[in-house]
Write a protein of this length. Structure first.
Length: 490
């Protein structure tokens, strides 16, 4: 029998989970279909060989008071523990080691303490950076101020115009231009910190990143970021349970094969049966929407081209023997082999080490480690199968080289080493091409035209890291909340 809903959400990544929970809280009858047995998508926790790994090396944000994940955890009494770790991340390059703590001032002080540091210019730069970040991060606490704009939100924005004024001078310009204006383009420690941070947030370097996005992303570690004990999958599972307790239906291991127009909305064909709904929210890549619909759209074609200009990921999943030289709590590293080369393809590796208290993650006396690096997705996809395999193997070997050089205490303790490629992500998450991370936020005014909820055709919506704000799980959640708002109004 055909089941009928107000909305069907396809994909239980954090965009789909956030959209489904937002709608269920508003009283909508919603169904969430996920092809895997567990939720989280590219930000999930999976089991293999008796160990639990983060699918992607990641730090998770959105846990400050007023931010979405903190609100959901409190409102639904989720059994989720978020550990405030310090330092948030440790950057190790060929020229320096920089510990990034929970407070911005500690980072500024560490940079100013470097021999020959231009202290006055650094402080002026970070004053400007903080002004931009304060204005934009405030929107994360009040998603109603994000597009689409209501009369109330427009009035609120008018009242904030003095706060937005510093943003106007950097809109449409690359982050590099801000460094140059402060005379800091040649100060390698700051440039390396920026490039490492921006590569994993706005998905590009300071040479290309749209300045307001880049300056805001530099605050990522200071704004509600923490480690979810047991793995980020525990938060995804808790959100899935909250959807069910709020009246929603969750169907795991239920791959959707087609989306069709019905006489009164949409028909979603899935492995476990047909569903009818007024709205469909697709937490998949634009290319996947075209496959499910059997149609091409201007918006999905444009978005697919932007996604293709971004990244896939090469991964290492490690099991290591615990030892006293390792920190007790979860630790995250950004490792750079050669600071003069681009922070991709194994030259830059983001590493997440599990917490010693997470005994469910590995056998007694062992811990798990997830390592990731960016690879150029379009170039990889253009290769033949054999060429792809050789390229990925070379990248993964460079990752191991970087790990040995910059984190020998981890490398020397490895007892199990497994790898994954963009093809692995495509196979397990259904993401065409294995694209991860979202659309790079390169300089240009076009970035601001894409902040609105994306309606492909009437009643068919896109959420996820390729639309809206999309460059982090928090941004993905906010885009999903705004999409739920738009559906509710309609």
């Amino acid at each position: 029998m055909t089941e009928r809903y107000d909305a069907v959400v396809i994909g239980a990544g954090f965009g789909g989970l956030s959209a489904a929970l937002s709608l269920a809280e508003r009283g909508a009858r919603v169904a969430l279909c996920e092809s895997l047995k567990y939720p989280g998508g590219c930000a999930s926790t999976f089991a293999r060989g008796g160990c639990r790994f983060e699918a992607g090396a990641t730090l998770f944000s959105g846990f400050d008071e007023g931010q979405p994940f903190r609100q959901w955890i409190d409102r639904h009494a989720m059994d989720v523990t978020v550990d405030p770790i310090d330092p948030m991340v440790e950057l190790r390059t060929d020229t320096m080691t920089l510990s990034v703590g929970r407070e911005r001032e500690s980072l500024i002080a560490a940079l100013c303490a470097i021999d020959g540091a231009p202290v006055r210019a650094l402080r002026a730069f970070f004053d400007e950076q903080r002004t931009v970040a304060d204005a934009l991060w405030a929107l994360f606490r009040e998603p109603g101020l994000l597009p689409p704009l209501s009369a109330r939100s427009l009035l609120a924005h008018v009242a904030r115009l003095p706060r937005y004024a510093p943003i106007a001078r950097v809109i449409g310009r690359p982050a590099r231009a801000v460094l140059e204006r402060h005379g800091l383009e040649g100060f390698a420690p700051l440039r390396q910190y920026m490039d490492a941070t921006l590569q994993i947030t706005v998905q590009t370097s300071s040479d290309e990143a749209e300045a307001p996005f880049a300056l805001s992303a530099m605050d990522y570690y200071f704004r509600g970021t923490g480690h979810v004990r047991g793995g980020i999958g525990s938060l995804a599972t808790a959100m899935m349970r909250a959807i069910e307790r709020s009246g929603g239906t969750v169907r795991t291991s239920d791959r959707v094969s087609a989306i069709e127009r019905g006489h009164d909305g949409w028909i979603v064909r899935a492995r476990r049966g047909e569903i009818q709904a007024k709205n469909v929210i697709a937490n998949v890549l634009p290319e996947a929407v075209e496959r499910l619909r059997g149609e091409r759209y201007d918006v999905t074609t444009e978005l697919s081209q932007l996604v293709a200009s971004g990244w896939g990921a090469a991964m290492l999943y490690l099991v290591i023997e615990d030892h006293p030289a390792l920190p007790e709590h979860a630790k995250h590293y950004e490792l750079v082999l050669d600071g003069a080369r681009p922070f991709i393809e194994g030259n830059h590796v983001f590493v997440s080490l599990s917490d010693r208290r997470e005994t469910e993650r590995a056998k007694a006396g062992q811990r798990t480690v997830t390592c990731s690096t960016h690879v150029r997705a379009a170039e990889l996809r253009a290769m033949g199968a054999g060429e792809q395999e050789a390229y990925v193997r070379a990248v993964q070997e460079r990752m191991r080289q970087t790990l040995r050089a910059r984190s020998p205490e981890v490398a020397a303790a490895i007892v199990r080493d497994e790898s994954a490629s963009p093809r692995t992500f495509e196979r397990f998450t259904g993401r065409p091409g294995g694209y991860v991370g979202g659309v790079p936020r390169r300089a240009g005014l076009a970035q601001y035209a894409r902040l609105w909820p994306t309606e492909v055709e009437r009643g068919l919506w896109l959420v996820g890291d390729s639309v809206g704000m999309g460059q982090s799980t928090l941004a993905t959640a906010l885009t999903a909340i705004r999409t739920a708002d738009a559906i509710t109004r309609a």
